[in-house]
Design a protein around this ligand. Structure first.
Ligand code: SF4
Ligand code: SF4
Ligand code: FES
Length: 457
């Protein structure tokens, strides 16, 4: 077993595992270190040479991403020599770079921009017209577009397809200034995780067709959440923006690192599921498809409860937050209703794989099981109160609490979607995770808990 040892970085003592990567220590301890090709999920490749540091006893600077920690190692990250080395390497990286920053989607989250501000600030020795020209819009497939002029050939994207998805769609062909990322003739980038290459690309060479040119990243607000696409519970960032006089809109979901759950990645279907959250929303309470005031909806609700109080069945969506499910159980107890959450409707065997995607598409079905809620179908119901469950069952009367439009004639209460609310979910492996409330709509709908409080029986 490797031992913890002391390492001196720029005169400060740090502790690290002997034999671990020096770059990991520097990143973890917040030591400023530029790098393109290294990524925690892909390991070292050593091709960009940006992560050079001085090491006591070594004649030349060494790359931190391929240097193993040794006992009593002394590292220098900010000497004049190291700064000069980084400046020179950066100049090489930028030699043929088109400097598209004003129109580049990566601007604001681009490593090349950041490193230029730290180590560059030089005049280019190559005139714009003398730079090597390359394709600006290569459709790789899977909604990913490649700009070959912006690429720094770090090989993160190609290594992702060889080492992570094992689909091998991408490669680098050619040498020197003819080298470029490409797919083989007739092949496409096509796998269920392909869009992760956009996040991996440290510059604006790979962009998502879905997001490109839609927003400047510095206008976006970011909140932590959990994908509701399946029971894996991948950690995501919700990037959203409320422009003046407009509504708060989600522009993208991005993976959020959690080594216990999803590592660094999410699937493309989960990534694009932000669209479903926003489309076809139930935006006000209705009765027989006609909008009704909240107070009227609540009094109708109470009337229906009185009329059918002997036989009430409650349906619970297995995607609701645990706090909401618990509040519904309390409510059910108070009106002596039976509670159901049929889970079969969420099963999708064709969706599952051995990377992240689960065949159970309900993000909180574990809580339904943990709370011993019946997963049978309700039958012989007089009144069904459906809390966003996707299935409908026969009954004399139905009341819906839903995020999205339903075609039932029932009394409908519009509720907040998971992005407009917060709570906890337990994933397929029994890990409980918390989300943040992200989106603040102009016309916010109450959460289930807020509705039940307002109904106040
Ligand atoms: S496209 Fe991006 S990730 Fe791929 S090699 Fe070029 S810079 Fe690296
Ligand atoms: S694997 Fe499941 S939880 Fe993860 S991103 Fe895809 S749909 Fe969402
Ligand atoms: S990050 Fe070390 S060589 Fe690229």
């Amino acid at each position: 077993m490797s031992e913890i040892c002391e390492v001196i970085v720029d005169g400060e003592i740090h502790e690290a595992k002997e034999g671990s990567l020096l770059i990991d220590l520097l990143i973890e301890e917040g030591v400023k270190i530029p790098y393109f090709c290294y990524h925690e999920s892909l390991g070292a490749d050593g091709n960009c040479r940006m992560c050079m540091v001085g090491i006591k006893g070594e004649k030349r600077p060494q790359i931190a991403c391929d240097t193993l920690i040794k006992k009593d190692m002394e590292v220098f990250s900010n000497t004049d020599v190291i700064k000069k080395v980084r400046t020179d390497i950066l100049e090489l990286e930028l030699l043929n770079h088109p400097v598209d920053c004003p129109i580049c989607d990566q601007a604001g989250e681009c490593s090349l921009q950041d490193f230029y501000m730290d180590y560059g600030l030089h005049e280019s020795k190559v005139e714009i017209e003398d730079k090597v020209k390359n394709s600006k819009h290569v459709d790789l497939g899977s909604s990913v577009v490649l700009d070959q002029e912006r690429c720094v050939l770090c090989a993160r994207c190609t290594r992702f397809t060889t080492e992570i998805t094992h689909t091998n769609e991408l490669g680098i062909v050619g040498r020197g200034d003819s080298a470029k990322v490409t797919t083989m003739p007739g092949r496409e980038l096509s796998n269920p995780y392909a869009m992760n290459v956009v996040d991996l690309c440290p510059v604006g060479a790979l962009t998502s067709k879905d997001f490109r040119f839609s927003q400047r990243v510095w206008l976006l607000e970011t909140h932590n959440s959990i994908c509701h696409g399946c029971a894996k519970g991948c950690n995501i960032y919700i990037d959203h923006n409320k422009l003046k006089y407009k509504d708060d809109v989600i522009y993208r979901f991005r993976p959020r690192k959690n080594l216990e759950v999803n590592g660094h990645f999410i699937c493309d279907e989960g990534r694009l599921s932000y669209k479903d959250v926003q489309e076809n929303r139930q935006e006000f309470s209705t009765f027989n498809h006609i909008e009704v005031e909240q107070d009227i909806a609540i009094s109708k609700f109470k009337n229906f409860l009185e009329q059918h109080h002997k036989n009430i069945h409650i349906l619970i969506d297995a995607n609701l937050y645990t706090e909401e499910i618990e509040a519904i159980l309390e409510f059910a107890k108070s009106i002596k209703a039976e509670v159901f959450s049929p889970l079969e409707v969420y099963t999708d065997e064709g969706f599952a794989d051995d990377m992240l995607k689960c065949s159970n598409r309900a993000s909180n079905y574990k809580t339904i099981e943990n709370l011993n809620i019946s997963t049978e179908n309700p039958n012989n119901s007089e009144l069904i109160i459906n809390f966003n469950h996707p299935q409908n069952f026969e009954s004399l009367m139905q009341i819906d609490f839903c995020t999205h439009k339903s075609d039932t004639n029932s009394l409908v209460f519009a509720i907040a979607a998971f992005t407009e609310n917060e709570g906890s979910l337990t994933n397929v492996d029994g890990i409980t995770q918390q989300t943040q409330k992200a989106v603040k709509k102009n016309n916010p709908q109450p959460s289930i808990i807020e509705w039940l409080t307002r109904i106040d029986l």
